[in-house]
Write a protein that binds this ligand. Structure first.
Ligand SMILES: [Zn+2]
Length: 170
């Protein structure tokens, strides 16, 4: 979110030079800088013991397509703790282990998304109010179901499938 007014006194912000950061937003009245740092979230491809991916239907995001699990970081939590918490909250699945894949910058929300794969043993669904439906899908089917417009779910799923297909079979 772009901030243009001081959150303390409400005056319009000006630009002022600050060290290596260049021109940054600043309130003259409160002597306070505002940095447009992105917020951060995790984006998680949940994989079960049968190599299926768990897709979420969230009607506020798309009427037709599915998304991956995602959620914002909370103060004090690591990325891995956020993955475990969001997967549990949104789907009821217990993360056994997770691995970092890559990050994505989502410009409309000034959001840095840390993309993970989380491995679970398929358990009972227990989802939050934000989730309208949950479905396990084979990887080949999942790529056709996932939202790709204004959403990194499709890109991240493709990247995770690339990693999974290159893994030696156990
Ligand atoms: Zn101010």
């Amino acid at each position: 979110m772009d901030i243009n007014f001081c959150t303390v006194c409400g005056k319009p912000l000006i630009y002022k030079s600050v060290g290596d950061e260049g021109e940054q937003k600043y309130c003259e009245c409160c002597n306070k800088f505002y940095f447009d740092n992105p917020s951060s979230c995790v984006l998680v491809t949940i994989i079960n013991e049968n190599d299926q991916v768990l897709l979420l239907k969230q009607n506020y995001i798309s009427e037709h397509n599915y998304t991956l699990c995602s959620g914002y970081l909370k103060k004090g939590d690591t990325l891995e703790e956020t993955v475990a918490r969001e997967v549990l909250e949104e789907t009821g699945q217990q993360v056994i282990t997770c691995e970092y894949v890559q990050s994505y910058y989502f410009a409309p929300k000034n959001l840095i998304m840390a993309g993970f794969i989380a491995y679970v043993k398929a358990g009972e669904f227990n989802s939050s109010n934000e989730v309208d439906a949950l479905v396990w899908a084979d990887l080949n089917t999942a790529v056709t179901m996932v939202e790709r417009e204004d959403n990194y779910s499709g890109t991240h799923l493709d990247n995770c499938i690339g990693i999974l297909k290159n893994k030696p079979q156990i």
